[in-house]
Design a protein around this ligand. Structure first.
Ligand code: 13P
Length: 280
């Protein structure tokens, strides 16, 4: 089944695909194992930084190899901003592009999003973004600041009708990363968004959001939830634990042997929430 069909099924049935970000092979193995174990389609996300670290072609080659283990895994360039880089990702075989023009003036965001879609219209999935999701996929003290870039319903409607994106990311106070004080989400705004548009919505900043709020978001039209920081956290903790317990060891496959297991567990935990209504 194609990615767009999984997304359509999710919208009809009221569940969401997880996008799990990665930049190393052990992380990717853990995510794919969880998808296979739960028998659900997942999106593997690479930001520009993650894909530059791993290599765009390498990411595609790994996806292809992993598809022999489980077929329903798809690769997304997350927060693509540079049109030349996006073109490369499409050319090497990415399944999906998220073009993030959220910092641009509306007309420029529309114009660039359309240009990106024209690169492979109807062939791969395109996600746009209206409203700025702040933060970064790390741990932060305190509370995230600015609230002024929440998605405006009118702007979103105009953006979607002019660009014809397949999916759209929004901001209702959700931020990338985990804060010691997580912000409250503006669900009234999400309900208004849902009433105004009929396409699938994407929730960025999936780490640190309570199960209850994730469920509420999915009830209100979210068909894709992005998770990065919580996976990075267990990755780092496991590596620290392993290095501390093996002070005289220098063998990578010994030191890193348990990393994919913790990623597997965390991904499975998220899948159990996101795919609750999946009829299979
Ligand atoms: P988190 O790091 O908060 O999980 O957000 C990830 C994300 O939205 C990637 O686009």
């Amino acid at each position: 089944m194609k990615l767009i069909n999984h997304l359509e099924k999710a919208r009809k049935e009221g569940w969401a695909l997880g996008q799990f970000n990665f930049s190393t092979v052990e992380q990717m193995k853990g995510i794919v194992r969880a998808a296979a174990h739960c028998d659900v389609p997942v999106i593997l996300g690479t930001s520009t930084g993650e894909s530059k670290f791993l290599g765009l072609k390498e990411a595609v080659a790994l996806r292809d190899v992993m598809r022999e283990i489980y077929p329903y895994i798809y690769l997304n360039l997350d927060h693509g901003k540079d049109l030349n880089y996006i073109r490369k990702a499409i050319d090497v075989g990415y399944d999906m592009i998220h073009f993030d023009g959220s910092e641009l003036p509306l007309e420029e965001n529309i114009e660039k999003t359309k240009k990106v879609i024209d690169m492979a219209k109807g062939k791969i999935v395109f996600e746009g973004e209206i409203g700025k999701v702040g933060g970064s996929s790390n741990f932060h003290e305190g509370r995230p600041e600015s609230k002024e870039d929440l998605t405006s319903v009118e702007t979103l409607v105009k953006f979607i009708s002019e660009t014809q994106v397949d999916l759209c990311a929004f901001s209702i106070g959700n931020v990338h990363g985990v804060y010691s004080e997580m912000p409250n989400l503006d669900f009234k705004r999400l309900e208004e968004i849902r009433e105004a548009v009929s396409l699938g919505l994407v929730m960025h900043g999936g780490s640190g959001i309570s199960e209850e709020d994730i469920r509420k978001s999915i009830e209100n039209g979210v068909v894709k939830v992005n998770v990065n920081t919580e996976l990075r956290k267990v990755w780092r903790e496991e590596i620290e634990r392993s290095f501390a317990n093996n002070k005289n060891e220098a063998t990578p496959y010994i030191l890193l042997s348990s990393v994919s297991e913790v990623i597997f567990r965390k991904t499975k935990e998220k899948i159990n929430i996101f795919y609750e209504n999946n009829t299979g």
